[in-house]
Design a protein around this ligand. Structure first.
Ligand SMILES: [Zn+2]
Length: 373
C-alpha cells in the first residue's frame, strides 16, 4: 500500500505507517487543540498543545490495538500476518490469505470492534475514577473513550471490507455454505453503505456549511472502491475455482533407472522433451526426481560415475496434492510454504507433478487483467 515507513515489531508483526497517516496525525492534533480551547477557554497554551499531542498519540495506539487484536487472533487461527499498516482511513492488517472457515473469519473480524469497545469502556471507567483530578486527563480520557467507541461501532457497519461486513459474510457463508455468495452479498452491502456515507457527508456539509462532513463522504468513497475491488478479486478467484490440479499437472516425463550415470546420453535425452526433470526408478518404482537445476549443480565437478540415485530428490520430500483440488487453493498453499513442486497422487499412485511456475502461468493466462488487483 503506497509508501510506508516501518516503525517496529509487536508480537513479531511488523508495524508500518503510510505517509498519508502523517496528515491525519497533524490534523488530529490541530482539531484536539481547538476542542481543548473550546472546553477550557483561557487555559495555558502549552497545556493545550501537549494534551492535544498526547491524545493524538493515544488515538494512534488505539487504532493499533484494534489491528493487533485482528492480527493476534488470525495468527492463533493459523493465518500468517505479514504486517499492520496505518494509513489515512485507519489501519489494515495484512493477512497472508482469507480465512478458510466461516467461524475463523467471524472470530478474526469481530475481535477488532470488541477490543475497541472494551477499551473505550475501560477509558470511561478510568475517566469516572479520576474525575476532577486534572482538566487535561479528563479531556484525554473522555475523548479516547469516544474515539474507541466510534472505532468499534463504525467498524461494525455490515459492509465489506469493514469488520461488520466480514462478520456478515461469515454468517451468510456459514448458513449457505457458499463463500462466493456470501462475498457477493457483503460486498454489495459495502457499496451500499459507502454510498449512504457519501450522501450523508455531502448533505450535512451543504446544510451546515461545515467542511468536516466531507470527511464522511471521503470515507464512504473509499469504502465503495474497497468493496468493489474485493468483489472483483473474489470474482476472479471464483472463475478460477473450476480449474483443477489435473488441468495443469505434468503427466508426461521420462523415468530412468537410479544407476544411470549423470553423464549418460539417456539423461540428456530425458531432458530434451521440454520437462525440467527426470524421474528416478529404484527397484523398478519411481522414488525420486532430478531437476535440470540439480543436474547442472551436480555435474559441475562431479565424477563420471555419479548416478541419478545419488543426487535425486526423494519423492517423500515433496508435498502431495490430489488431482481434483482447485488450482487456486493449491497455488496459495505453495506460495505460503514457498514450495516449487508438488506430487499429484491418487490412491497411492503418482499421476503427475504440479510446479508453481506452471500453475502461475496457467492462472495468468486465464485472467490477465483481473488478478492484478
Ligand atoms: Zn478492524
Amino acid at each position: 500500500m503506497g509508501t510506508s515507513i516501518r516503525v517496529g515489531k509487536i508480537f513479531g508483526i511488523p508495524i508500518g505507517i503510510n505517509y498519508s497517516w502523517i496528515f491525519v496525525f497533524l490534523l488530529f492534533i490541530f482539531l484536539m487543540s481547538r476542542q481543548f480551547a473550546d472546553a477550557f477557554p483561557g487555559g495555558p497554551v502549552p497545556q493545550r498543545w501537549l494534551t492535544a499531542i498526547v491524545t493524538t498519540v493515544l488515538f494512534f495506539l488505539s487504532v493499533l490495538a484494534h489491528e493487533l487484536s485482528h492480527s493476534v487472533v488470525a495468527v492463533r487461527k493459523g493465518i500468517p500476518v505479514t504486517g499492520i499498516t496505518l494509513f489515512i482511513f485507519g489501519g489494515v492488517s495484512q493477512l497472508a490469505h482469507e480465512a478458510r472457515r466461516p467461524f475463523t473469519e467471524f472470530i478474526v473480524a469481530i475481535v477488532g470492534p470488541l477490543t475497541s469497545i472494551v477499551l473505550g469502556l475501560l477509558l470511561l471507567a478510568l475517566w469516572d475514577l479520576t474525575r476532577g483530578l486534572s482538566d487535561s486527563l479528563g479531556f484525554l480520557l473522555l475523548n479516547l473513550f469516544i474515539i474507541n467507541l466510534s472505532l468499534g461501532i463504525f467498524n461494525m457497519l455490515p459492509g465489506f471490507p469493514l469488520d461488520g461486513g466480514r462478520v456478515l459474510r461469515s454468517v451468510v457463508w456459514g448458513i449457505t455454505g457458499s463463500y462466493w455468495r456470501a462475498t457477493q452479498i457483503a460486498a454489495r452491502a459495502g457499496q451500499g453503505i459507502g454510498g449512504v456515507l457519501v450522501a450523508i457527508g455531502i448533505g450535512f456539509a451543504l446544510q451546515t456549511g461545515e467542511l468536516q462532513f466531507i470527511w464522511t463522504s471521503l470515507v464512504g468513497g473509499f469504502l465503495i472502491v474497497a468493496a468493489t475491488m474485493s468483489y472483483r478479486q473474489e470474482q476472479a478467484r471464483e472463475s478460477l475455482r473450476s480449474y483443477r490440479v489435473s488441468d495443469v499437472m505434468t503427466t508426461d516425463w521420462c523415468a530412468l533407472p537410479g544407476e544411470t550415470p549423470l553423464t549418460s546420453k539417456l539423461v540428456a535425452q530425458g531432458f530434451s522433451g521440454g520437462e525440467d526433470f527426470v524421474g528416478v526408478l529404484l527397484d523398478g518404482r519411481m522414488q525420486g526426481i532430478v531437476t535440470r537445476r540439480q543436474l547442472a549443480q551436480a555435474t559441475r565437478g562431479a565424477w563420471s560415475y555419479t548416478t541419478l540415485a545419488q543426487v535425486m530428490r526423494p519423492l517423500s520430500d515433496l508435498t502431495i496434492v490430489e488431482p481434483d483440488e482447485a488450482i487456486f487453493d493449491v497455488l496459495e498453499q505453495m506460495d505460503e510454504a514457498d514450495l516449487e513442486r508438488s506430487t499429484v497422487v491418487r490412491n497411492g499412485i503418482i499421476l503427475g507433478f504440479i510446479t508453481r511456475s506452471n500453475a502461475q502461468r496457467f492462472v495468468r493466462s486465464l485472467s490477465p487483467s483481473k488478478l492484478r488487483l
